[in-house]
Write a protein that binds this ligand. Structure first.
Ligand SMILES: C[S@@+](CC[C@H](N)C(=O)[O-])C[C@H]1O[C@@H](n2cnc3c(N)ncnc32)[C@H](O)[C@@H]1O
Length: 355
């Protein structure tokens, strides 16, 4: 009999559909929930999980919503899990939360769990691998999960140059999925900043490895799980611009680091034309994250107006997807802009629109 395991692919609320699309593209089952998507996989399929670019985290669900009403239930449920999968001397890191439950003292639950882990794993050994364990009690049900990695998955390793407001790498991937970008669609980001959207597109469509330095920690576990392999292919045209010269330099340096070929130029969106790019394609997909003006307090209405004008005048054959903080800005781009997804970027509620 083949054993299967349940995993939860974590993503910001509102972007679950992109993770679902990516799972399905890999032929994997996808059961969306709030803040992520569940999947159930056999051991050999785990390598496909490590090829996912959209999740912020991937957790192995050891227990999923089991009834828990007393400390003794809690202890029994934890005891009955097979902790021998993880190596002795592992450096476990425990996070416990409880809400709306009879077991309402997270400190007591943490203490109980730590005692159990000390007895099963022994003392953490110097230089031992990390094991991030999460215990969650909600409405008298218990969830226990273990992250498959030692750092958040948006930390890819290619970003050596930063700007003030970069979009998270895995969220850029979500936008590309939601905009329906494919290997054959040229992509333009006229607010490219440090180049995140274009670089993530380039790496995805060239099937380049996601990370520089593996974040996966399961190689020391008693499982047969393997990391996926990547075979690189061709990429679509990647075009970018930004009015800020230093940002364009940073985008170029990041692209070099990420081994990504793209054309990036300095231009205000108001002045951008197809002439900025040699042999500019007639069609493609614009995907962008214009300035919100929240931090700077600057009015950004004109930027949205000019995004719409430039699109209609020079890039009319291109589809346009953009982020905006409110419907007023979206309508400055296009009277018919419609919402594709809503999420929160650095605490700011935003909508991803199709023009
Ligand atoms: C939210 S940031 C984009 C960040 C980018 N997605 C990244 O991950 O680095 C907005 C960018 O728009 C640029 N920008 C602001 N006004 C502009 C304009 N009128 N024309 C072109 N670029 C502009 C800023 O320089 C900034 O880099």
């Amino acid at each position: 009999m083949t054993t299967s395991h349940q995993f939860f692919c974590v993503i910001a609320n509102g972007l679950e559909q992109a993770v679902q699309m990516e799972l399905q593209s890999l032929g994997l089952p996808a059961y969306p929930s709030t803040g992520g998507v569940y999947t159930r996989l056999t051991d050999v399929e785990v390598s496909l999980l490590t090829q996912m670019r959209t999740p912020t985290a991937i957790r192995w669900q050891l227990l999923n919503g089991r009834a828990v009403r007393s400390l003794s239930d809690f202890r029994t449920l934890l005891d009955n899990l097979d902790w021998s999968v993880f190596p002795q001397g592992v450096d476990w890191k425990l996070k416990v939360s409880t809400r709306k439950s009879k077991l309402n003292r997270s400190d007591i639950l943490e203490d109980k769990a730590n005692r159990l882990f000390r007895s099963v794993f022994g003392k953490p050994q110097p230089n031992s691998s990390r094991l991030p364990i999460q215990i969650r009690v909600f409405e008298n049900k218990l969830w226990v999960s273990v992250a498959l990695h030692d750092r958040p998955l948006h930390q890819r390793g290619w970003r050596h140059q930063n700007v003030k407001t970069p979009i998270r790498e895995n969220w850029a991937q979500c936008l590309l999925w939601l905009a329906g970008c494919t290997q054959s669609s040229p992509i333009l980001d006229p607010f490219c900043g440090s180049g995140t959207i274009l670089i993530e597109a380039g790496r995805r469509f060239a099937n380049q490895p996601i990370f520089e330095g593996s974040p996966w920690i399961f190689s020391t576990w008693n499982t047969s799980w393997q990391e996926g392999r990547f075979t690189t292919t061709d990429v679509p045209r990647l075009l970018g611009s930004d009015r800020d010269e230093p940002s364009v330099q940073k985008a170029k340096q990041n692209a070099n680091q990420a081994k990504c070929t793209m054309n990036v130029v300095v231009s205000n969106v108001r002045k951008l034309t197809t002439e900025h790019f040699v042999d500019c394609p007639q069609t493609g997909i614009v995907v962008c994250n214009p300035p919100y003006g929240m931090g700077s307090g600057k009015k950004t209405d004109a930027v949205y107006h000019w995004l719409g004008e430039t699109h209609r005048t020079y890039f009319a054959g291109w589809e346009l997807y953009f982020i905006a903080t409110d419907p007023h800005k979206a309508r400055l781009v296009s009277k018919t802009a419609s919402s594709v997804a809503q999420f929160s970027n650095a605490g700011i509620p935003v909508t991803f629109y199709k023009a």
